[in-house]
Design a binder for this molecule. Sequence first.
Ligand SMILES: [Zn+2]
Length: 267
Amino acid sequence: MASFYEHIAFSSLLGLGYGLGATFGLEFTPVQGALAGYLAAFGGMLPDLDSPNGKPGRELFALTGALAPLVSIGHVLRVTGLEPKTETVMLLIVAMYFFFRYGVAWLVHKFSVHRGMFHSFPAMAIVAEAVFLLYPSDSRSVQMLMAGAIACGFFSHLLLDEIYAIQWQGVIPKFKKSFGTAMKFTSNKAGPTILTYGLLAATTFILLQDIGFVSASPIEQPVAGEEVLPPDDFAPVDARDEVIAPDPVTRSVAVPREELDDAPLFQ
Ligand SMILES: [Zn+2]
């Protein structure tokens, strides 16, 4: 089994390559490239969330506790309908930090085993889909860049764990007992496997809805050349009553910029 620091070193190198490739090869901005690189490095530690009480686990949960609220705060505000005021955002971030750092860590400690389904391909897919869905961007390609970054990092962890399960005696490989427990699709326990695939099915369904591949309700077919408006419920709370949009294009950015100054995350 590779150590925590070997995983970090490996995925950080990978992240560096990924970020540079995205910036110089695919014309993403340097900031997007750097963020993708960090995500890849972070993804390389994620599978070891399954042992939350070791030092690496504690650090990971602290980092996840700090990052997850930043990434998901926009969605939380939208779902709860709360106003994006500075105090509200700060309070929510602190509450979410404690939720991830202690609540989720406790749950994981209670129910997971090391090298269980956290070390698996479906877990990797869930993480990537979650990043795609939660990453606050209007650009599909940026969302894909970030999802791909975390998946690469995650994959590097599984790969390194398997590489460390091979011992070479001269040219003859000897497989440790842990071989095959990282890069896997199912575990030998039915419960966690079913739970993981259930979660994967749910995130996949939400993702397909998000990209418009499946629809929960019948869609009105748009007339050619006309843009389809989101339902009013999706308009920012502030904008719902006050703004009368003259046309569909301006309506999607109907909240005046000054009103958003209080919440830099939503610009
Ligand atoms: Zn591992």
